[in-house]
Ligand binder design. Structure first.
Ligand SMILES: *[C@@H]1O[C@H](CO)[C@@H](O)[C@H](O)[C@H]1NC(C)=O
Ligand SMILES: *[C@@H]1O[C@H](CO)[C@@H](O)[C@H](O)[C@H]1NC(C)=O
Ligand SMILES: *[C@@H]1O[C@H](CO)[C@@H](O)[C@H](O)[C@H]1NC(C)=O
Ligand SMILES: *[C@@H]1O[C@H](CO)[C@@H](O)[C@H](O)[C@H]1NC(C)=O
Ligand SMILES: *[C@@H]1O[C@H](CO)[C@@H](O)[C@H](O)[C@H]1NC(C)=O
Length: 474
């Protein structure tokens, strides 16, 4: 009996020690995790009716050091949308909170607007406007969701979902996702008609997901942008754009869902990104110059395009574009320049090099007869194309290796074909011969298929003069 009592006493002591150690470990862990968990617990407290602001997320001097952003030692420049009343449940409208966080951050140099991870914020169409203090960052670690139903979009805000206007020295970064929830917009017109009748709502255009307007020195990096109703990321009247390590994705059959769209924008670098969508992976429009695109995976999609330029006799001007180190798979086109008949202006100094294609319908294309209808009437004017180099375009095609259809009135000049090696892909359909029309320049072996040897016409001093007379307008 005595022995038994001693034993049970020992056991009791042992248990007490174990419990004590466990408790100490748990409390240390809890302190370590405090910052991580504080957002969730704040949300929980809000639900419980306790609205005391969480000190860890509140803008202003805070005691605890911030573990998340090594390069920003204090917290006073962090503007977490949760601290501005966002719910982050994916259903509530968090637009006002995002706007409030933006407005507060805008006044502080080097501020960070934080979209925390593991939360989903539904945002109505909004404009995040500058000018702000320099080096503002939008840190997207969670998810931004567009309104899922068409009827939730105000009729006056169909041009874009999130509009960045007049922001300079601004960065978007983070491991989060911007989700345009576009599937309802991709329906065929008859499906849309049916929806409209039921909702009495008639969208006459589709919104771009992220748009930058009149903004300079903007960086977009690391984030994902998916399922936009229309274009995913658009810059117009902007400059000094850097895009790095982003992912864009929408299904192959989603209409007009361009990846990145540039218009009237200069000094652009787009690099190390994966883009798959239902239209051009990258589309470069009039008014763009000094654009460098490299290390991009494109597909599905329509490839990397310049234009369409010159629609309705308009002016089209693009110059100084380098596209290199690209991999394209299962795209409609590879590298393409498209212009409408009847336009004016010029495309000049464009270089495509080291483009790997796999199962691309038409890897190389200049189309000066671009037309989105069954029939466009022939017109004499054209956007002049000169100085286009195709160098190391290698891989497989499924319809036609090269298609150079230049204007009959203003030929393409200084077109170079160097080291082009294109073979039919395994399951190729409807093979077509190379097409080359009114294109001047020089070619350099190897050229496969060999019929490409006769693609370019030689010489033509007078031809160059004709072409040059059209460049002055730009
Ligand atoms: C943006 O940053 C650059 C370089 O840091 C600086 O020269 C320029 O003045 C800044 N522009 C604005 C509007 O703050
Ligand atoms: C953009 O950055 C360049 C170089 O850092 C700077 O010279 C220029 O002033 C900046 N532009 C604006 C509008 O901030
Ligand atoms: C690219 O972005 C992802 C997040 O989407 C990040 O995890 C990764 O570290 C980034 N890569 C580079 C080289 O910055
Ligand atoms: C062509 O474009 C490249 C890249 O933008 C540029 O470095 C080069 O100076 C341009 N050449 C001419 C003749 O304009
Ligand atoms: C338009 O021009 C092209 C090329 O010169 C020619 O093949 C075609 O028949 C013309 N179409 C009409 C409707 O004139």
């Amino acid at each position: 009996m005595k022995r038994g009592n001693k034993l049970s006493l020992l056991f009791l002591l042992f248990f007490l020690v174990i419990i004590f150690i466990t408790f100490s470990i748990i409390s240390v862990e809890a302190r370590k995790n405090h910052n991580k968990k504080s957002r969730a617990s704040q949300k929980q407290r809000n639900r419980n009716g306790n609205n005391a602001p969480d000190i860890a997320n509140f803008p202003g001097p805070a005691p605890a050091p911030l573990p998340h952003y090594g390069s920003y030692p204090t917290q006073s420049n962090i503007f977490d949308v949760l601290s501005f009343g966002a719910k982050g449940d994916g259903v509530s409208d968090d637009s006002k909170a995002l706007l409030a966080a933006w407005k507060a951050a805008c006044k502080v140099p080097g501020a960070i607007v934080e979209i925390p991870s593991e939360f989903k914020f539904q945002i109505k169409p909004i404009t995040l406007q500058g000018p702000c203090m320099p080096h503002l960052v939008l840190q997207i670690d969670g998810t931004l969701l567009a309104p899922p139903r068409l009827s939730a979009w105000p009729k006056s805000s169909l041009f874009q979902w999130i509009n960045f206007k007049w922001v300079h020295n601004f960065t978007i970064q983070g491991t989060g996702t911007v989700d345009g929830q576009g599937s309802n917009w991709w329906m065929s017109s008859s499906q849309i008609d049916y929806v409209q009748k039921r909702s009495k709502y008639i969208p006459d255009m589709k919104p771009t997901a992220l748009r930058f307007y009149a903004s300079y020195n903007v960086t977009v990096q690391d984030i994902g942008i998916i399922n936009s109703p229309l274009c995913h990321l658009k810059f117009d009247n902007s400059g000094g754009v850097k895009i790095n390590n982003i992912t864009i994705f929408a299904p192959e059959n989603s209409p007009n869902t361009d990846g990145i769209h540039l218009q009237n924008t200069q000094d652009v670098e787009i690099q190390h990104s994966n883009i798959g969508c239902g239209d051009d992976c990258i589309s470069i429009q009039t008014g763009c110059s000094n654009v460098h695109v490299h290390h991009i995976n494109c597909g599905p999609g329509h490839g990397i395009s310049l234009g369409g330029l010159g629609k309705d006799k308009s002016i089209g001007c693009i110059s100084n574009v380098i596209v290199e180190n690209i991999f394209m798979e299962n795209t409609l086109y590879g590298v393409r320049i498209k212009t409408w008949q009847g336009g004016i202006g010029s495309v000049k100094n464009v270089s495509y090099s080291n483009i790997q294609v796999s199962d691309v319908k038409v890897p190389i294309m200049i189309d000066q007869y671009y037309c989105d209808k069954h029939f466009c009437k022939n017109q004499t004017g054209a956007v002049a194309i000169s100085g286009v180099k195709f160098d190391q375009i290698i891989g497989t095609y499924s319809v036609q290796p090269i298609h150079l259809a230049c204007s009959s009135n203003i030929p393409c000049t200084d077109v170079d074909l160097i080291d082009i090696q294109l073979k039919p892909s395994r399951g190729y359909r409807g093979f077509q011969q190379v097409l080359c029309w009114n294109s001047y320049g020089k070619s350099q072996a190897p050229l496969v298929p060999s019929s490409m040897d006769y693609c370019l016409r030689r010489g033509g001093g007078s031809v160059k003069r004709t072409a040059r007379s059209h460049e002055n307008i730009c």
